[in-house]
Design a protein around this ligand. Structure first.
Ligand code: OFO
Length: 167
């Protein structure tokens, strides 16, 4: 069984993971149209990872006899300014997701749901890695500057850290 409050907050997280996937897909498509094919590949893969995160929560809820609510699609923005503005937005979004994972941890403790508390640690770890990998990208982007975006775009594929989403 799953506690009501835990079920509610997990459904909120399902929505957020789904939106993350849509957001990164929109960014991937934008980057591809700007000619940044390396960045686009990174973002397409990221969009897939976010979808795996959403599925991971849905399947956990079903396993625990909860009811997962599958959200409708929310329209993400179409324009992202520059590469550096876009990656700043990715970092801000991941920080927001980390905060919401922490809120799940807090509800688990409040409800004494130590099973879900244990399960959600995977997401806690994942957020540490995701924030770190986006920060690395931003550092690299600052280092190469606007004149060498071609090199940056070529190198970004080698910078995909992150945990295996299907783990
Ligand atoms: Fe970007 O992370 Fe999902 O959880």
């Amino acid at each position: 069984m799953i506690y009501k409050k835990v079920e509610e907050i997990l459904n909120v997280q399902v929505q957020k993971e789904d939106y993350s996937s849509q957001l990164y897909l929109a960014m991937a498509s934008w980057a591809e149209n700007q000619g940044y094919s390396g960045v686009a590949e990174w973002l397409y893969a990221q969009a897939e990872e976010e979808r795996m995160h959403m599925l991971k929560i849905v399947r956990y809820m079903n396993e625990r006899d909860g009811v997962a609510v599958i959200p409708g699609l929310e329209q993400p923005p179409k324009e992202f300014g520059s590469l550096s503005e876009m990656f700043d937005a990715v970092l801000k979004h991941e920080q927001y997701i980390s905060k919401s994972i922490n809120e799940i941890v807090a509800v688990c403790i409040e409800e004494k749901d130590y099973t879900t508390h244990n399960w959600v640690q995977w997401f806690v770890e994942e957020q540490i890695e995701e924030e770190a990998s986006v920060k690395d990208i931003i550092d690299k982007l600052n280092l190469v500057g606007d004149n060498n975006l071609y090199m940056f775009d070529r190198d970004i594929l080698g910078m995909r850290g992150g945990a295996n989403p299907s783990a």
